[in-house]
Design a protein around this ligand. Structure first.
Ligand SMILES: C[S@@+](CC[C@H](N)C(=O)[O-])C[C@H]1O[C@@H](n2cnc3c(N)ncnc32)[C@H](O)[C@@H]1O
Length: 393
């Protein structure tokens, strides 16, 4: 299992923005107030998941609480999603343009910058253009400052020409067309889809396609809750039916999501990380447990016809699946849900049927890609038998 981290220099930039010190005592009034605001943000979102009310973000102190806590919590979810995309032509461009829709304080642009600083993407880029749009002026300003500070603090490693422009604006396809944003290699919509009018997802999907450069990618990432998943799924359907973009991940095969008809189930991933000290301290005060892993749901679409299955040329595409549950331990057997985008299957392996050829079954975890053959259908299960083979890819 991979553990992600954010860099200490990013944490320092976030602390500076919020006029806090790394050493601010947890028992101080300032820190306790911060924890109260983090809790208030959580309550606001729980009460109204479809729209963190405007005034929540326009209050400066609330924005700062968001920056210190939710920004790193959200940002790290981009890392595994980007890992799946690394190696694609969009990250080897000389000129790279990213658009962060509903950017908030620049969460996902900073996530991209963390990857550029780590040297895992855009090594060849000479010019990087970062655009972001948010309906909140305060958020757009925060994004402008945080990204500029990040780039300025890493002049020696981030030796590129930077153009950074975050503006206040609405994610209304009619309005977006007039923003004069060049074609983008990466368009990111993070934790915002749930706040948009789903009646206009069709137009939004067309905008995404038109705004995307050849070889470009769209990442739509959401909080990973049951409520938000329905809207995410609707946008996925609109992009699939109204555009010629290609679904890249998490589904292995394009098609109607097998969970679409199941109102109780939703597809989500979990990322594991080492939270920065300030998040750990806030967790102790709020009772939140971000160190246990963070849920999210996502879709990645590409302009070019490529799928995740092409990463494994030696494996028959029809036998690649994604794990969408944890290993459920029952008496004498383990169970696991896998999905290929068209079909969800409940795998079962009796403990007495464990062999070296299927031992990976016990260590499979949510989000991993797996390959298996030789399963036998028994009632609701597809049984992994002594003769079956099961491997984590
Ligand atoms: C939950 S925050 C997510 C911020 C950031 N992307 C992140 O993940 O941390 C949602 C953001 O979307 C913005 N937003 C919501 N509806 C919008 C709209 N119609 N047009 C532009 N921005 C919008 C809000 O102002 C807010 O900053």
């Amino acid at each position: 299992m991979k553990f992600y981290e954010i860099r200490s220099d990013l944490e320092k930039i976030l602390l500076d923005f919020c006029d806090m010190q790394a050493a601010t005592p947890v028992k101080s009034k300032a820190f306790k107030r911060l924890a109260e605001r983090v809790r208030a943000l959580s309550d606001a979102y729980t009460e109204d998941p479809a729209g963190m009310q405007t005034d929540v973000f326009s209050a400066e102190q609330m924005l700062k609480a968001y920056v210190l806590y939710y920004l790193p919590v959200n940002l790290v979810k981009l890392f595994p999603v980007l890992d799946e995309l690394k190696g694609l032509p969009l990250f080897t461009k000389k000129y790279f343009t990213m658009l962060d829709l509903g950017c908030g304080p620049g969460t996902y642009t900073l996530g991209m910058l963390e990857n550029i600083a780590a040297g895992t993407v855009l090594q060849k880029a000479t010019t990087v253009r970062l655009f972001g749009i948010d309906r909140e002026q305060q958020s757009a300003r925060a994004a402008q400052k945080l990204t500029q500070d990040y780039v300025a603090g890493k002049k020696s490693t981030l030796r590129k020409e930077w153009q950074i422009r975050f503006t206040q604006g609405l994610l209304d396809p009619d309005v977006l067309r007039y923003e004069r944003i060049p074609k983008c290699n990466l368009i990111m919509a993070g934790n915002v889809v749930n706040e948009l009018d789903s009646e206009r997802f069709g137009e939004f999907a067309v905008f995404l396609e038109q705004q995307l450069a050849t070889n470009g990618a769209v990442i739509v990432l959401d909080p990973g809750t049951r409520a938000s998943f329905r809207k995410l799924l609707k946008l996925k359907e609109e992009i699939s039916t109204r555009t010629s973009l290609h679904l890249y991940a998490p589904c292995i095969q394009p098609g109607t999501c097998p969970l679409a008809a199941d109102k109780k189930a939703w597809c989500h991933e979990k990322v594991f990380w080492k939270p920065p000290p300030v998040v750990q301290a806030l967790d102790r005060l709020t009772g939140f447990t971000k160190e246990k892993g963070l849920k999210y749901s996502y879709f990645t679409f590409l302009k070019q016809p490529a799928g995740l299955r092409e990463r494994f040329p030696k494996v028959e595409p029809g036998s690649i699946w994604r794990v969408i549950s944890y290993v459920m331990k029952h008496k004498g057997e383990n169970r696991l849900y896998v999905c290929n985008g068209q079909r969800r299957v409940l795998l079962r392996r009796l403990r007495r049927n464990t062999t070296p050829e299927n031992a990976d079954f016990d260590t499979a975890s949510r989000g991993q890609l797996v390959w298996f053959e030789g399963g036998i259908t028994r009632g609701p299960f597809l049984d992994i038998t002594k003769e079956s083979r099961f491997r984590i890819l």
